[in-house]
Ligand binder design. Structure first.
Ligand code: NAP
Ligand code: GLV
Length: 309
């Protein structure tokens, strides 16, 4: 039995010593040196080329090396008989909540305006609300959304979430389903997207949604680039319907050099770093998933292929 590891060369260099030390009894084959494909039963992957997983005749378990698995579902040949598991790592969850708190505070405290004033050497106080007067909405109130919501609540923000199914989480108003979306948008002076990318959520951050938000609202997208209709953002910012956007994810990554988002005064760009996979904490989680699977035990965070996340 062998394990395939397929990620970028830089990530492979970071993972290789950790996996070797943690799983000395497993044969781990690092792409492209994968040998006899029939011996591979497990795959640890990030953006594998379409068809690679389907070429492994005895594949049983695919572990995505990130929280989102949309990169796997884009492969039309994804072997659907294999169990697909996504990475849920408290280290990453914590990192995302830091990113969301940082982004929301920047928008809330008018950092874009004060930076512009500093560049122009302008000393001018701006009206400032307290966090308790700033309603924040989180699209995607799962693992990452709830942790980020907790951190924002601790800062005093008035936080609500949006999920696919009805749920209750103590201390939060939760809107759900397509019918609940407009209610969440209407109350969100800052909107944070932490959704998985599925056919239902693609393009959800669009002109229609922006028009339903309070005038001058802020946007944070740390879900996936496909959630945002990129052409709708600049007009919403230029018209003042939105006052600022913090974007970590993009349709094309790296963001192309000539992309208008780089230089727009009301957009903050980060290079998909909100919650990076952290091999030292992720590797033991993967080892445990493989151990449980091999023992016939249930494995946490299995992906529901019908739901798409
Ligand atoms: P999760 O635990 O599965 O939570 C997903 C949430 O989205 C759930 O609350 C789910 O609703 C909701 N949802 C899904 N489809 C929906 C729909 N059609 N309508 C309304 N709500 C919907 O996922 P997670 O671990 O929080 O991760 C979320 C995403 O964050 C990942 O998929 C990935 O794209 C992104 N991410 C980005 C970075 C980064 O560095 N930028 C890092 C990690 C992850 P239910 O509660 O009803 O299921
Ligand atoms: C990163 O974007 C992830 O899905 O883990």
């Amino acid at each position: 039995m062998a394990i395939l590891f397929r990620s970028t060369p830089a990530a492979t260099a970071r993972w290789r010593p950790l996996l070797g030390a943690l799983m000395p009894d497993h044969e781990i084959r690092y792409w492209p040196d994968i040998g006899d494909k029939a011996a591979i039963e497990y795959a640890l992957v990030w953006h594998p080329e379409p068809g690679l997983l389907a070429s492994l005749p005895n594949l049983k378990l695919v572990f995505g090396l990130g929280a989102g698995i949309d990169h796997l579902l884009r492969d039309p040949a994804l072997p659907r008989h294999a169990l697909i598991v996504r990475l849920v790592d408290p280290y990453m969850t914590h990192a995302m909540s830091e990113y969301v708190a940082w982004s929301v505070l920047r928008l809330h405290r008018q950092d874009l305006d004060y930076r512009a004033q500093q560049h122009a050497a302008v000393w001018r106080e701006r009206d400032q609300k307290n966090a308790a007067e700033r309603p924040v909405g989180i699209l995607g109130f799962g693992t990452l959304g709830q942790e980020a919501g907790g951190k924002l609540k601790a800062l005093g923000f008035d936080v609500a979430g949006w999920s696919r199914g009805a749920k209750s989480v103590a201390g939060f108003d939760i809107f759900d389903g397509a019918a609940g979306l407009d209610g969440l948008l209407a109350r969100s002076e800052i909107l944070v997207c932490l959704l998985p990318l599925t056919p239902e959520t693609a393009g959800i951050l669009n002109a229609r949604a922006f028009a339903r938000m309070p005038r001058g609202a802020g946007l944070v997208n740390a879900g996936r680039g496909g959630h945002l209709v990129e052409d709708d953002l600049v007009p919403a910012l230029d018209s003042g319907q939105l006052s600022g956007a913090v974007l970590d994810v993009f349709l094309e990554e790296p963001l192309p050099a000539g992309h208008p988002f780089w230089r727009h005064k009301r957009i903050i760009v980060t290079p998909h770093v909100a919650a990076e996979t952290h091999p030292p904490t992720a590797a033991p989680i993967i080892r445990e998933a493989i151990r449980r699977f091999a023992a016939g035990l249930p494995v946490a965070n299995a992906v529901d292929l019908a739901r798409g996340y």
